[in-house]
Design a protein around this ligand. Structure first.
Ligand SMILES: [Zn+2]
Length: 125
């Protein structure tokens, strides 16, 4: 399944308040890899919003990467990055499912390999 189209001039789906073209678009297009764990985390959230499973798998560490990814029909409502510390990023992602507003709090860990940041895993919190 190909990712949903998204206009370059609109605010980035990651909630940064920058235009998509100047935020996560270069990461998702493969033009420029994310330079920091937070940038990778934001681009991966944008990839969930835009249903870009290929990008999510490509930025997932091979040790923890699922064989396939079904993105379903989660209605993502927004992202707040609460704290960035070293190679971890704590965030809250809000979404709507079955008519209910929910939120996911996670602390994700990233590792750098071959000059690229990869998502390793996450714990609640
Ligand atoms: Zn962004």
């Amino acid at each position: 399944m190909s990712p949903l189209p998204y206009p370059a001039f609109k605010p980035c789906p990651c909630g940064s308040r920058k235009k998509y073209a100047g935020c996560c678009a270069p990461c998702l297009s493969g033009e420029t890899p994310a330079e920091t764990p937070e940038a990778l985390m934001r681009s991966r959230y944008a990839a969930y919003v835009l249903q870009d499973a290929a990008y999510l798998l490509a930025t997932w560490h091979p040790c923890t990467r699922p064989a396939e990814l079904r993105l379903g029909h989660t209605g993502w409502l927004g992202l707040t990055v609460r704290r960035t510390e070293g190679d971890t990023v704590s965030f809250t992602a809000r979404y709507q499912e079955g008519g209910q507003r929910q939120s996911l709090r996670e602390r994700s860990t990233f590792v750098q390999e071959g000059g690229r940041w990869l998502y390793l895993d996450g714990v609640e919190g």
